[in-house]
Design a protein around this ligand. Structure first.
Ligand code: ADP
Length: 499
């Protein structure tokens, strides 16, 4: 039996979309070309609204505004404490509009409204507050040096930052990038994903209300190869912080190298393993692995898409994993009974179905799911493959959808080797009661985060980023501040100039 596909919606009235234009230097503008593009509701494939389509000339204007605000404006020059207070106000305003913003992300991205309301949007306010608290605690060091000199270091804002963000967590991504950059005194241009532009524009309105000066946050909606590429290759952008696919991450680095050698940080794709050992509580392990891949319809860079189960519990695990899918409700993300909404757009929907087809043709066994679901929109059943081999595409490539690959292993060495066998290194999960196994495996896995007996345990205080082709640089935590700071050493002689 396939999982249920529930069509009814908790959204009775389409909300009014208030902000659809580019936000540059504190004002909403049409694109210079006058062009707009459609943003689509993945529940139906219908158009929600049209949004200004920014391109290179709009990016140029936005960077100019950010540069002016950086070189001559108040934001980098005010005390960290003052910046923090304004950021706190921004956070309060977000909390006053949680439902409206969560609605925008659910409409645009097919995300569960209940999650947006309870987790994502409150989490954005919390991110702002976390970095607001850091804004007046950014210190350098005092250095003794050798010989006749002493020095101190200044940690200065890097300048104008370009943030290029994806569609799977439109709000969380926005504040993951914007909050630490604001805290240190940078100014910025954000290029949201073309699939989910609405909440970013809403945040501009709140930023202005909170008192963030004009030109500090600019948002240019538009497409990757035009607006995104113009930002990555801009000669007057000092740093670019990107989250998205490994393929586009490579283009961002190329653009930075070919233009002004701006600093680059990349948070890219993943093919994260979940390793489940014989001593695990099978029910708990099944629930953990299920959530690790099917949360947010598998559209999470850290999704646990490869599940390795030790042979002693493999058969029981397979049976229970299939059963869990049957109770998983796919349907309208505004319906509180639903666990999984539609894939973000037609392109992703078709990509996931293509991988499901490839998996079958490669010889993996379809245990459950595998089909679209519902009469309209981009819904896909939670899908599990068994008999997956390491060299299959479905075990190596990022699908970014609700597709789990199940693989049996015998020994701890084999599990480690298999877990490390892709080009990615973003996240991993371990399920065991044995502390020695947990310690050994967590130290042997090459990934930016390892969850032991949990998954998706994110926190603004916990650094996050990739090893290998999952990128470099860290978001979240105090580590993220480093992406937006320069270090300047100031040197003086100890007793008079030697010259
Ligand atoms: P996905 O494959 O998950 O859609 P992408 O890496 O394509 O992720 O997109 C992530 C972000 O990168 C989006 O904002 C997108 O518009 C942008 N982007 C896509 N192509 C380029 C490019 N050539 N240069 C700069 N940004 C790009």
């Amino acid at each position: 039996m396939a999982s249920e596909c529930n069509g009814s919606s908790g959204l009775k009235i389409m909300p009014q979309i208030k902000f659809t234009k580019l936000f540059i230097n504190g004002l909403f503008h049409d694109a210079l070309s006058g062009k707009t593009f459609e943003t689509i509701d993945p529940r139906t494939g219908d158009v929600i609204t049209r949004v200004a389509e920014g391109d290179k000339p709009d990016i140029d204007l936005a960077v100019k505004a950010a540069r002016e605000a950086f070189n001559h404006g108040t934001w980098p020059r005010m005390s960290g404490y003052q910046r923090g207070r304004i950021m706190m106000k921004f956070a309060d305003l977000i909390e006053e509009h949680i439902e409206e913003i969560a609605t925008l992300d659910s409409l645009d991205g097919g995300k569960l409204f209940s999650h947006g309301k309870a987790l994502d949007i409150p989490g954005c306010a919390a991110l702002l507050r976390y970095y607001a608290g850091a804004a007046d605690k950014i210190h350098g060091e005092t250095l003794k040096m050798s010989g006749e000199f002493q020095a101190y270091t200044l940690r200065e804002p890097i300048g104008v930052v370009g943030h290029i963000i994806p569609w799977n967590y439109p709000s969380t991504m926005f504040f993951t990038k914007v909050s630490p950059a604001l805290a240190v005194g940078c100014t910025m241009v954000v290029k949201p994903a073309e699939q989910t532009p609405l909440s970013a524009l809403y945040y501009c309105h709140l930023a202005k209300q909170a008192g963030i000066p004009d030109g500090v946050i600019n948002v240019v909606t538009g497409f990757g190869p035009t607006a995104g590429a113009a930002l990555a290759s801009h000669m007057d952008v000092d740093a670019v912080s990107f989250t998205g696919s490994t393929q586009v991450g490579r283009l961002i680095m190329e653009a930075a190298a070919k233009s002004n050698l701006k600093s680059v940080s990349l948070e890219l794709g993943g093919k994260s393993p979940v390793l489940i050992f014989n001593d695990a509580d099978v029910d708990m392990a099944v629930a953990l692995a299920h959530r690790a891949i099917f949360t947010n319809k598998g559209e999470i860079c850290v999704a646990g898409s490869r599940v390795y189960v030790q042979e002693g519990i493999y058969d029981e695990f397979v049976k229970k994993a299939a059963q869990t899918c049957k109770n998983w409700v796919v349907g309208d993300p505004f319906n509180p009974q639903v666990h999984q909404g539609p894939q973000v757009d037609k392109q992703q929907f078709e990509k996931v179905l293509r991988y499901i087809d490839i998996g079958q043709r490669e010889g993996a066994t379809l245990l459950t799911g595998g089909k679209p679901c519902g009469e309209k929109g981009y819904y896909i059943e939670p899908t599990i493959f068994t008999d997956v081999k390491e060299d299959m595409k479905i075990a190596q490539e990022e699908i970014f959808g609700p597709v789990m690959s199940l693989i049996k292993f015998k020994t701890i060495e084999e599990a480690i080797e298999k877990a490390n066998s892709t080009k990615y290194g973003l996240a991993a999960g371990i399920v065991t009661k044995d502390i020695n196994t947990a310690n050994r495996v967590s130290r042997s896995i090459r990934s930016g985060i390892v969850w032991i007996n949990c998954y998706f345990a994110f926190d603004r205080d916990c650094p996050f980023g990739g090893y290998k082709m999952s990128g470099f640089g860290r978001d979240m935590g105090l580590h993220a501040l480093d992406k937006y700071l320069q270090v300047k050493a100031v040197v003086t002689p100890i007793s008079g100039s030697p010259w």
